[in-house]
Design a protein around this ligand. Structure first.
Ligand SMILES: Cc1cc2nc3c(=O)[nH]c(=O)nc-3n(C[C@H](O)[C@H](O)[C@H](O)COP(=O)(O)OP(=O)(O)OC[C@H]3O[C@@H](n4cnc5c(N)ncnc54)[C@H](O)[C@@H]3O)c2cc1C
Length: 413
C-alpha cells in the first residue's frame, strides 16, 4: 500500500510508523525545513508527552462520538511501551510523563530515527496545496500517486512559522466540514484597566467560568495575573469554552476565589475573630498576611479603603467588601489571546465525518490524525496523547485492506 502522510508532526510521524509496520510504503510531506518542529517547544522544551491520570472526558469535541474507542486501541500504556521500545527513559512528575533527560529534542530524534530505520521517505520544505482523488488514487500536487492519504497537518495554534492550518483547506476541498477553530489552552484578556498593577502575581486559587452568567466550569490551580488579564493552567483548562463563547458574542466572566479552602461558615467565623483580635490596627495591618499584597492594595482602591485608616473607625461596609472580594472577585473577559499564544485549537475537521478508524466517511482512503480533527485535550500531556493515539489508529487502518486503485473499496466521493 502506498501511503502519503501530509504533515510531519507528532501525529504524522506516529501514523507513518504505524502504517509502515503494517507493510506500507510511506512518504511524509512536511512544509517546514524539518519534521516535528512543534514537538520541540512542547512542555517548555521538556515535552510532557502523556499523563497517567487519564480519562477520555479530558478530551473535548463538538461531536458526541465516543473517544474512548480510540484510546482502547492505543492508550497511555501503549504510548509508554512505544517510547520505551524506542529507547526512552521516562520521568514521572505526579503522573505527568516527560523524557528523563527533559529534552523534547530527544523525543523527536527517537521518532525521526525510527522513521529512517523503517525506510519512511520524508520530503521536507514541501507544502501540499492540492490533493485530488481520481480513479481510486490520490494525486498530490498533480504529480505523486498514492493509494491512501493521511492528513496530519495540525492546527493554527502555536508560534508563526511552526503552525499553519492549511490542512483545513485540503480537508474542505473534499467536502469536509470544518468546525471553526478557536485558540485553546490560551490566556484570557480582561476588560478592567487595573490588571497592570497585578502583573506578575502567581497565586493558587479557584476560578469559575460563567457564560451568560451561568456557571460553566470550575478549576483550581495557580492563577497568573498579567498586565492584560489572566493566565496559568486553570485558565488554560477552560479557555476553549471562553473562546467559543466569545466567538458567539456571549458574555464571559471569571470569578476568582483567592481563599478556596474556607467554607462559608468558617470564613464568617474567621472574619469575626480577626475583627475581634485586630480591630485596633490600620487597614493595611489588619489585612496583612491573608493573601498577596498587590491584591489587597487593589481591593483597597476598589472599596476606597485607606491603608492607614483604623479598622474600628472605618465604615464597616468597606472592609467587609474587601473580605467578600477575596472570595468572589469578578473579571469580565473581552477576548482570548491569538492563535500564536495558544497551545492547541478547539475545532477542526468534524468528528461526525470520520469513523472509528479515522477514515473519512465522505472519501474512502482519506484518513485524519492529530490536532486537525475537532478534538482538544486538557493541558497536561493529553494533546500529545491524542496525537499518538489518532496517529496510530489512522496509520494502522490506512495500511489495512486492498489498494484503492483496483476499485475494491467503494468510493463515496
Ligand atoms: C507552546 C506549546 C506547548 C505545548 N506543550 C504541550 C505539552 O507539553 N504536552 C502536550 O500534550 N501538548 C502540548 N502542546 C500541543 C501539541 O504540541 C500538539 O497538540 C501536537 O503537536 C499536535 O500534533 P499534530 O501532529 O496534530 O500537529 P503538529 O505537531 O502541528 O504537526 C503538523 C505538521 O504538519 C505540517 N503541515 C501543515 N500543513 C501542511 C501541508 N499543507 N503540507 C505539508 N506539511 C504541512 C506542519 O508544518 C507541522 O509540522 C503544545 C503546543 C504548543 C504550541
Amino acid at each position: 500500500m502506498k501511503i502519503a502522510v501530509i504533515g510531519g508532526g507528532a501525529s504524522g510521524m506516529m501514523a507513518a510508523l504505524a502504517a509502515c509496520k503494517c507493510g506500507s510504503d510511506v512518504t511524509i510531506y512536511e512544509k517546514n525545513d524539518r519534521v516535528g518542529k512543534k514537538l520541540l517547544i512542547t512542555g517548555n522544551g521538556k515535552c510532557n508527552f502523556t499523563n497517567l491520570d487519564f480519562s477520555s472526558d479530558y478530551f473535548r469535541s463538538d461531536s458526541c462520538l465516543d473517544k474512548q474507542i480510540f484510546f482502547d486501541t492505543f492508550g497511555v500504556e501503549d504510548t509508554i511501551r512505544f517510547f520505551e521500545d524506542l529507547g526512552l527513559l521516562i520521568k514521572n512528575k505526579n503522573g505527568y510523563l516527560y523524557p528523563l533527560c527533559e529534552q523534547a529534542s530527544v523525543v523527536l530524534d527517537l521518532l525521526r530515527t525510527a522513521c529512517d530505520r523503517e525506510g519512511i521517505h520524508t520530503e521536507v520544505m514541501t507544502e501540499i496545496k492540492k490533493l485530488q482523488k481520481k480513479d481510486g488514487h490520490f494525486i498530490i500536487d498533480g504529480k505523486q500517486v498514492y493509494d491512501r492519504v493521511i492528513l496530519a497537518c495540525g492546527s493554527k495554534a502555536g508560534p508563526k512559522g511552526i503552525s499553519s492550518g492549511t490542512g483545513y483547506l485540503l480537508a474542505a476541498s473534499f467536502g469536509h466540514h470544518i468546525i471553526t477553530p478557536v485558540p485553546a489552552l490560551v490566556q484570557l484578556r480582561c476588560k478592567e484597566s487595573f490588571f497592570k498593577q497585578l502583573a506578575g502575581v502567581r497565586i493558587t486559587c479557584e476560578l469559575t467560568l460563567y457564560l451568560d452568567r451561568r456557571k460553566t466550569e470550575q478549576e483550581r490551580g495557580e492563577l497568573q495575573l498579567t498586565d492584560y488579564g489572566i493566565s496559568g493552567i486553570p485558565v488554560f483548562q477552560f479557555s476553549r469554552y471562553a473562546a467559543k463563547a466569545l466567538q458567539e458574542k456571549r458574555n464571559v466572566h471569571v470569578s476568582v476565589n483567592f481563599l478556596p479552602d474556607f467554607t462559608d461558615e468558617k470564613y464568617s467565623s474567621f472574619i469575626h475573630n480577626r475583627f475581634e483580635r485586630k480591630k485596633g490596627e490600620t487597614a493595611e495591618e489588619f489585612f496583612l498576611g491573608i493573601t498577596n499584597k498587590k491584591i489587597i492594595q487593589l481591593f483597597f482602591k476598589l472599596t476606597d479603603l485607606k491603608p492607614g485608616e483604623l479598622i474600628e473607625e472605618t465604615n464597616r461596609k468597606k472592609w467587609e467588601k474587601v473580605f467578600s472580594l477575596l472570595r468572589k472577585f469578578d473579571t469580565q473577559v473581552k477576548e482570548c489571546n491569538p492563535f500564536e499564544n495558544a497551545q492547541v485549537c478547539a475545532g477542526g475537521v468534524s468528528m461526525e465525518e470520520v469513523g472509528n478508524t479515522l477514515e473519512s466517511v465522505l472519501v474512502s482512503g482519506l484518513f485524519f490524525a492529530g490536532e486537525m480533527l475537532d478534538v482538544d485535550g486538557r493541558c497536561g500531556g493529553y494533546n500529545l496523547q491524542w496525537a499518538w493515539t489518532s496517529g496510530y489508529v489512522a496509520g494502522k487502518n490506512a495500511a489495512k485492506g486492498k489498494k484503492g486503485a483496483d476499485g475494491s473499496k467503494d468510493d463515496k466521493d
